[in-house]
Design a protein around this ligand. Structure first.
Ligand code: 4GX
Length: 232
């Protein structure tokens, strides 16, 4: 998959994209990430390129101007492209949406900056997505979260060992607690069932633990799914 990320801070992405699984995914050509600086599409006034201006109607902060945003999008957009605008006013990102996006050939991610983007630039956008109900200082962070959570669904990005992790939220309930060595840590023993080698019993125990924690921490998730009848 090709991903073009349009922002005012392309350097922000070095680091998150250059380690671990996302680095490997790029190395094996499963992910092809391009960073585009919106400022390169601004009209030059002397030796500086203006990308933002004050809002019509008054109010605080600055707004990204429509010309550089539209020109930046058009510079990368092709017939098969899917353009996503990251802003707190979008639909909230979910595992299901990540999976849907992972099947696109080309994603274009527009990072909001300042107080947002001029509404007229949004005619180039296919959908608006928020990563959660809080306000970030930097739209690039939202794009990093989206790429990371989405890439896990691209076949081959996770190794065989890691792939199992996919079902945690797919199933709509939490993972069971995990244990590794030592057998006793500061007086707390590993649950006996995990040492029996009885895979059916272990699966049953894990499911029960996952459901119990979901019910305690996120009861609303229980009512979303057919998990309901299993909660006794
Ligand atoms: N999920 N932010 C964008 C600037 C902004 C303001 C208004 C569009 C409209 C965020 C989020 C998020 C902070 C990124 C404000 N852009 N983005 N930025 N939550 O909080 O995606």
């Amino acid at each position: 998959m090709r991903v073009d990320i349009l922002s005012l801070f392309p350097e922000y992405f070095r680091g998150p994209f250059d380690v671990s699984i996302l680095k490997r995914a790029q190395g094996s050509k499963l992910l092809d990430i391009h960073l585009v600086d919106i400022r390169n599409f601004a009209a030059r006034k002397g030796n500086y390129a203006k990308v933002d201006d004050r809002p019509y109607g008054g109010g605080p902060g600055m707004i990204l101007m429509p010309e550089p945003v539209c020109e930046a999008i058009r510079s990368v957009k092709k017939e098969k492209s899917h353009v996503v605008y990251l802003s707190p006013q979008g639909k909230t990102l979910t595992a299901a949406k990540c999976q849907e996006l992972s099947q696109k050939e080309h994603l274009v991610l527009l990072c909001g900056h300042y107080e947002g983007v001029d509404e007229r630039a949004l005619k180039e956008v296919d959908e608006e997505i928020s990563i959660g109900d809080y306000v970030l200082t930097n739209g690039c962070l939202a794009a990093i979260v989206l790429v990371d959570a989405m890439a896990r669904f691209i076949p081959g990005v996770l190794g065989h060992e890691e792939a199992a992790g996919q079902d945690s939220f797919q199933e709509g309930i939490f993972d069971a607690p995990h244990y590794t060595r030592p057998e006793v840590f500061e007086g707390i023993a590993v649950p006996e069932v995990l040492k029996t080698g009885n895979h059916a019993e272990i699966a049953k125990w894990r499911r029960k633990q996952g459901l119990a924690k979901t019910k305690r921490v996120r009861p609303e998730l229980i009512f979303l799914k057919e998990n309901l009848d299993e909660t006794e």
